[in-house]
Design a protein around this ligand. Sequence first.
Ligand code: AP5
Ligand code: MG
Length: 217
Amino acid sequence: MNIVIFGPPGAGKGTQSLRLVKEFNLSQLSTGDLLRDEVNKKTNFGNQIEEIMKTGGLVSDDIINNLIEKKISDPQFKNKIIFDGFPRNLDQAKKLDILLEKYDQKMSLAINLKVDNEILTKRITGRVICSVCNKTFNIFFNPPKSCEIKECSKRKLNQRSDDNEETIVKRLKTYDEKTFPVLDYYLKKGIIKNVDGMQEISAISDQLFTVIRALRS
Ligand code: AP5
Ligand code: MG
């Protein structure tokens, strides 16, 4: 089944996506991660994207639609995608429906992780990422103890360039103005599941596992 996971910056979309991938053999499509891959290539195109991400705004729909079609059109991921950070505005949501229809697929579930703004800010400013295994931790809520990979003993803990207080305010504003209305689009389709994203990480996953198992049975 295809699933979309919603929530403001820091809600836990990436954290929960990885757990759903493992549990249900899905494939994560994080537009934020794909954009960061482009930025890391240090091309002109990557530099342009980085500038937009640093302002907390949205990258153009054309760039995003091109990235996602590659994944949706790949038969190995047919009806197995978890969309993380996409769609982020109404036009992207409509485009996604067109692409799903084109490749004979459908969206089964839209998860909405609800978290208060003060907690979001702490989650984002506290987020650190292992330079070796790419695992995400949080200095306040999920301290970086040890990674699973031996080489991680030589790790650095990196922060995302958009994880600062100034950009967070703008990212939250962009979410409220552009992304929040997309929830209504999925509400009308009757596939929204609201989830309290302020619980422990594993309590949230357990709740999501139950919802998804019920849909699959
Ligand atoms: P993107 O990378 O998608 O960022 P985001 O939506 O701002 O969300 P985050 O990745 O910050 O948070 P998350 O919900 O994944 O939380 P996480 O699990 O990491 O997008 C970045 C930028 O790219 C955008 O601003 C935009 O410019 C551009 N972009 C991306 N997609 C686009 C699109 N479709 N169109 C146009 N532009 C696009 O958790 C956060 C922290 O909290 C971690 O440290 C984690 O350990 C901790 N944590 C998670 N869950 C819990 C919990 N339950 N309790 C305690 N701590 C927790
Ligand atoms: Mg994320």
